[in-house]
Design a protein around this ligand. Sequence first.
Ligand SMILES: Nc1nc2c(ncn2[C@@H]2O[C@H](COP(=O)(O)OP(=O)(O)O)[C@@H](O)[C@H]2O)c(=O)[nH]1
Ligand SMILES: [Mg+2]
Length: 294
Amino acid sequence: MFGLFSKVRTGLASTKNKLVQRIQHLFRDKNLDTTALEAALYAADLGVETVEKILSSVPHRDQDLRAVVEPILLQTMAGSEGDPQMLLTTHEPLVIALIGSNGSGKTTTAAKLAYYFAQQGKSVIVGACDTFRAAANEQLKRWAEQLQFDLVESHTGADPSSVAFDTCQAALSRHKDIVILDTAGRLHNKANLMAELQKLKRAIGKVHNSFPQHIWSVIDASLGSNAIVSTEKFHEAIGLTGTVITKLDGSSRGGTLVGIYQKLGIPVYFIGLGERCEDLEPFHVNDYVKALLA
Ligand SMILES: Nc1nc2c(ncn2[C@@H]2O[C@H](COP(=O)(O)OP(=O)(O)O)[C@@H](O)[C@H]2O)c(=O)[nH]1
Ligand SMILES: [Mg+2]
């Protein structure tokens, strides 16, 4: 538990520097510069409402910043913790489709999830539904060889829906517990690409009417508040059930998670803290808020 917390804390070090140190520095000035405080809070991507709550509760200097901000963040993030253990109770295979923009970490997260669930004693199959880039299938193939999970491969230009369909059918016939579908990165404002996702969702619903139980948006934390708009559009188009926030190790914008949850109320299941298969942790809101302010 302590090990996990320190990993989150190390990962969030750059955010912490930006958020807490910049604010503490403001408190050290003779007169609290509320404009600078406001700017620092916005720069941390906490979202408008959270920033306003903090601003209205931070009236004077010599106040312990943490004591003011921590309860506000915890209150904002109430209900944000997705519990992966709760997912493992379905009778049918659990199907999780990963969607998001280019380079957000979907393929890496697919492999990390395969590793995570295998560690839990579950059998996993992954579908290479990114048929847009030739390299996408190869990337997953390397992970599948390294981590020894079943992979339904595809070729460039194949219909992603049919790859997803085949993967779900294979999961039933091979009695798999978990299905992870990796998809191509897409822009939220391209209607044809959103329609392609809806088609994929319908296609696997024909394999079993409970499929997919989950659609998670994989979000690069370093995109900051820009990620809020795209996640909202994905949610409108396809109905998200969760998020995975990646690159919290390198990002100086760990507050993105707060802004997105505050706006959309979609639970966070996992956070990505590096490029290795073990660099994925179930999201724990208390650890996260502590790490953000430690
Ligand atoms: N530092 C860091 N890098 C990550 C993380 N997740 C993914 N990446 C890297 O981000 C890049 C894009 O990842 P990829 O999974 O191919 O993104 P995709 O286009 O959404 O499938 C790769 O170089 C990954 O190694 C993370 O949590 N932390
Ligand atoms: Mg990919």
